[in-house]
Ligand binder design. Structure first.
Ligand code: WTA
Length: 651
């Protein structure tokens, strides 16, 4: 650690090597040209990207129609995302890609599958026909609740092919969370599996679907992929085996010619209040953004084997395991299981065996590996790697340097990419052949992206002052709304500053204009790179019959970035102790999923509140992280509550 500290004092900068720069898809000349064009006209820049990187059945009539906060990109254009990811690699100058690996997959137990572009195309066409056969029509929503197996990518692409927006629910979410999402979207079908392997155990996904559907009437059909040979009950008429339907399906299917603004997917994410928000993404703008950024930032080439470790259930998996990568005709590697199964070197073993060239992961994973020890990566030949990336939360410079040395062998550029479920694709990032990087900074906005740090008053903050991260102009991958709730869409993102997107992150810029993201400024916590709303966890706790009131805050954690700390007021007569705390942890896991499980639980008779009855989470944050309270406590209703809480111990 000592030499890392001193390195930081040197303020080290990392220039792309001449060797990397020379072969980059976007070298410094290209980047300079694009930045110039985008500064003059973001619309012209994005239109150029849409022409060069995406195939259209019908060219658009207008690049952008912007009636804040509603944007329409490539108005009048027609295209199909699955066609862009598959069919166009089987014809014309790229026809040779038919026998190129589209997906290389490894299961947790070590089994492997490869799907070439030709094979993946055939599977997707068949599943598109399966969906049609079940009566799924253009515009119908389909929920996907699956493990990381190729069938998930097949199902997504089949939905995109027929124009049925998918709503992927991460397999770690509980039956309750799945039910809420199915109901909010009004899904007509669910695609799931009999299980998926995680830490040696099969996830009981079908069981959760059965539970969820006891209160979700919109769903007419469930398709179940076989993965674990887990015993499952199949409900006659409603449930169908994937392999049986596929055996009977025709491999011929014409991709639907969809409007540029046709909904592609809904993805639920945590917000500051109440229930998760269904973030809506559409077709033409999203694909332009995902494909262009993947090509430029990951420098994708035909001979790369690219691995993004994110689960497809998160936005990173949507844009950079599947859509952005396959649209470039690249090979995407997919892994089913846990990073430390069977041993702490599983990832490095995978990189060595599959000769991974580009590796994209989260800071929380990197910190876990730092803790596990250098001997694990050192046992493996990682020389195939040529580019590294991070996403999901700020990366601390020590972890960055470790990644650079131990994994990147000091030769790989690192792209620290800032973006959100709402942005659809990367917004602030280094470009690997051009940008000088500084550990901990996401550097500069992608061309065509107008990011700024604002003061409360809505003026650009003076570097190096901190403020709120905003996006001043619409961009093609931007969310088109919150499913079924336009009022919340306006309120959440557009009410702070007129016609300017409010990201909810704190940030500052340094003297050369580089961005430093400081994390969420609202009540959304970032645990292991996943957003969890305090409200959701609090509602889950309060839904337990012995809980009267609960407040949840984040506290710093070395590995997960943020850990959840819960302050719980039990109902009278409840024996509040370790056993009850464990019971509550299990309860939250059941209600939301294991990612929302509180690390700390403290029991208290009362919570610190303002006179108007608002819980003062700021004070709870200080207590949870063991800090002295320095801020203003004058609005606190009852001072003794604070003293008692300080004395309280973790249960
Ligand atoms: C955080 C994930 C710092 C940020 C793609 C954002 C980051 C939230 C970075 C979105 C980064 C993401 N540096 N913070 N490179 N990338 N974040 O919707 O707080 O799951 O608002 O999308 O993650 O999380 P989401």
């Amino acid at each position: 650690m000592a030499d890392i500290e001193s390195l930081l004092k040197e303020k080290r900068r990392f220039k792309p090597s001449a060797e990397f720069a020379k072969q980059a898809n976007w070298n410094s000349r290209t980047v300079a040209e694009y930045r110039k064009l985008a500064a003059r006209s973001p619309q012209q820049f994005w239109a150029k990207m849409a022409r060069e990187n995406v195939s259209w059945f019908t060219r658009w009539k207008k690049v952008l129609d912007w009636e804040p906060p509603f944007a329409r990109w490539f108005v009048g254009g027609k295209l199909n995302v699955a066609y862009n990811c598959l069919d166009r690699h089987l014809e014309g100058e790229h026809a040779w890609r038919r026998n190129k690996a589209a997906i290389i997959w490894e299961g947790e137990p070590g089994d492997q599958r490869v799907l070439t572009y030709g094979q993946l195309h055939r599977e997707v066409c068949k599943f598109a026909n399966v969906l049609k056969g079940l009566g799924v029509k253009k515009g119908d929503r389909v929920a996907l609740y699956m493990p990381m197996i190729p069938e998930l990518a097949i199902a997504m692409l089949a939905c995109a092919r027929i124009g049925a927006p998918h709503s992927i629910v991460f397999g770690g979410f509980s039956a309750e969370a799945l039910r809420d999402r199915i109901n909010d979207a009004g899904a007509v079908a669910v695609v799931t599996a009999d299980g998926g392997f995680r830490r040696g155990k099969p996830l009981p996904l079908k069981l959760a679907v059965d539970e969820a559907l006891k209160g979700a009437d919109s769903v007419k059909h469930v398709v179940v992929a076989r993965r674990c040979e887990n015993p499952v009950t199949m409900q006659e008429g409603r449930d169908h085996w994937w392999h049986e339907l596929m055996d009977a399906a025709s491999p011929n299917h014409q991709a639907a010619k969809l409007d540029s603004e046709h909904p592609l997917f809904i993805l639920y994410t945590s917000g500051t209040t109440g229930k998760p928000k269904g973030i809506l993404h559409t077709t033409g703008g999203y694909l332009t953004h995902a494909t262009t950024t993947a090509k430029a930032i990951f420098d994708l080439k035909d001979d790369d084997t690219y691995w993004c470790t994110a689960d497809i259930g998160w936005v990173t998996g949507h844009s950079y395991v599947v859509y952005g990568i396959l649209a470039n005709g690249a090979t995407t590697f997919m892994y089913e299981g846990a990073p430390t199964t069977p041993g702490p070197d599983r990832f490095w073993d995978i990189i060595e065996r599959h000769r991974i060239t580009i590796f994209y992961t989260a800071p929380t994973a990197i910190r876990t590996f730092v803790r596990l020890g250098d001997e694990h990566p050192k046992k493996h030949d990682l020389s195939s790697l040529r580019l590294l990336g991070t996403v999901g939360e700020p990366i601390n410079p020590e972890a960055w340097i470790w990644y650079h040395r131990l994994i990147g062998g000091k030769r790989c550029p690192i792209v620290d990419t800032w973006w959100q479920t709402e942005t659809g694709g990367v917004m602030i990032t280094p470009l690997p052949g051009e940008t000088e990087t500084v550990p901990g900074s996401a550097t500069r906005p992608f061309p065509g992206v107008d990011a700024e740090v604002f003061t409360q008053e809505g003026k650009p903050a003076k570097p190096p002052d901190g403020g709120f991260l905003v996006l001043r102009k619409p961009w093609p991958g931007m969310l088109r709304g919150i499913w079924g709730d336009p009022a919340r869409f306006r309120e959440q993102y557009w009410s702070q500053y007129p016609n300017i997107y409010f990201a909810g992150d704190g940030a500052h810029r340094d003297k050369r204009g580089y961005f430093w993201i400081m994390g969420r400024i609202d009540d959304v916590m970032n645990v292991s790179g996943h957003r969890i709303g305090t409200m959701e966890v609090e509602s889950a706790l309060v839904s337990h019959e012995q809980v009267a009131e609960a407040a949840v805050v984040g506290r710093p954690d070395d590995i997960t970035g943020t850990a959840l700390a819960a302050f719980v007021t039990p109902r009278a007569g409840t024996a509040a102790g370790g056993a009850f705390a464990d019971e509550l942890r299990r309860h939250v896991t059941r209600e939301i999923g294991a990612i929302a499980r509180p690390a700390d639980i403290r029991f208290t008779d009362a919570l610190p509140k303002t006179r108007s009855g608002k819980i003062m989470r700021r004070l709870l944050r200080d207590i949870a992280s063991g800090k002295e309270t320095v801020g203003d406590t004058s609005t606190l209703e009852d001072y003794s509550v604070l003293a008692k809480l300080r004395e309280s111990e973790e249960a």
